[in-house]
Design a protein around this ligand. Structure first.
Ligand code: AMP
Ligand code: MG
Length: 311
């Protein structure tokens, strides 16, 4: 395995590896992805193995442009095209009815498929070079923190992949917003950088919520996820001098990291910050609660999942 800059040669090589059923780590604007041919069940199985991900947790398929949607989805509602036109390329994933050609390995056994067009030009160029839809879950071991730079990739992942393209730091740093368009009312399965408000403005009506009893049915909505090794604890008050964690105030040393007060900027550095603290092997990582405002929805979602206990 080698880590290379995404030159045109490297992108062509990544495309060749994907066509041959290999696995490549690629940068996207959200987080680094573990890319494989989405229509090749063998390659998809390898991605699940590398991540240690349960097979019922579906992968997101990445396309080079919206025109390719019909390669993986069918009965596409007008609303999907409208959302695609407004938000693609970008950090928004649509869940639609899958086409027969998409193996159930990719969709975790479901008849639906999750799909997006990434904004990162390297991701799109790799998909073009591969000349097929590319599945790319986050390039981390299951339940761990998603990598937002090559430095944050787990050594366990590195040894198992065929190539890594280093595209620098991910601009958004949180996974895409996932919208289900197969239920009666469009609903958000996972909040992300494209906010509920942005989508509702386009729709002209409120998005639905996933009822609590459906959470089990919605794959990937595990309570604990996006978590470092140390137990994370959300706190309402400012960190004490000796507490290891994330603060909105001045840090008292390398065991504390000062976080931005802007939600997007916070999201962009969150995983890298948790990773950095986790390397110090603290007993606990304390995180000062962010404001309870709508623009913090995606950050709150990840912090709640990171702080959930395993039981
Ligand atoms: P990622 O780990 O970023 O690849 O995101 C995958 C997540 O997208 C899953 O954990 C689910 O929450 C969601 N997802 C993917 N495919 C589907 C699907 N067919 N139906 C519902 N949710 C899906
Ligand atoms: Mg993930």
């Amino acid at each position: 395995m080698s880590i290379v800059h995404p030159t045109q040669d490297a992108i062509n090589e990544a495309g060749r590896i994907l066509r041959e059923g290999g696995v490549v780590v690629i940068p996207t604007e959200t987080v680094y992805g573990l890319a494989c041919d989405a229509l090749n069940p063998e390659a998809v199985r390898r991605v699940f193995e590398i991540k240690g991900r349960p097979s019922e947790n579906p992968l997101i398929i990445h396309l080079a442009d919206a025109k390719q949607l019909e390669l993986v989805a069918q009965d596409i509602p007008d609303l999907a095209w409208k959302i695609a036109e407004r938000f693609w390329p970008g950090p928004l994933t649509l869940v639609l009815k899958k086409r027969l050609e998409v193996p159930t390995e990719t969709t975790g056994g479901l008849e639906t498929v999750a799909v997006r067009v990434p904004r990162h030009f390297v991701a799109r160029d790799v998909i073009k070079a591969a000349d097929r839809p590319v599945a790319a879950p986050s390039a981390n071991v299951f339940m761990g923190l998603s990598p937002t730079s090559v430095e944050d990739l787990d050594p366990e992942i590195l040894v198992d992949v065929d190539l890594v393209l280093d595209g620098g730091r991910c601009e958004i740093g949180l996974e895409s917003t996932v919208i289900d368009l197969t239920s009666d009312v469009p609903r958000i399965l996972r909040p992300g950088a494209i906010s509920r408000a942005d989508i509702q403005i386009l729709l002209g009506k409120p998005l639905g919520h996933v009822p609590h009893e459906d959470i089990r049915k919605s794959p990937g909505m595990y309570r604990r996820h996006y978590a470092p090794g140390a137990q994370v604890e959300l706190v309402k008050q400012q960190l004490g001098e000796h507490d290891c964690g994330l603060t909105f105030f001045e840090a008292h040393g390398s065991h504390q990291i000062k976080m931005p007060r802007n939600a997007q900027a916070y999201g962009a550095v969150l995983y890298g910050a948790l990773k950095r603290l986790d390397l110090q092997k603290p007993a606990r990582i304390f995180v000062e609660e962010p404001p309870a405002e709508p623009e913090w929805e995606a950050v709150w979602d990840r912090l709640k999942k990171a702080s959930a206990s395993l039981l």
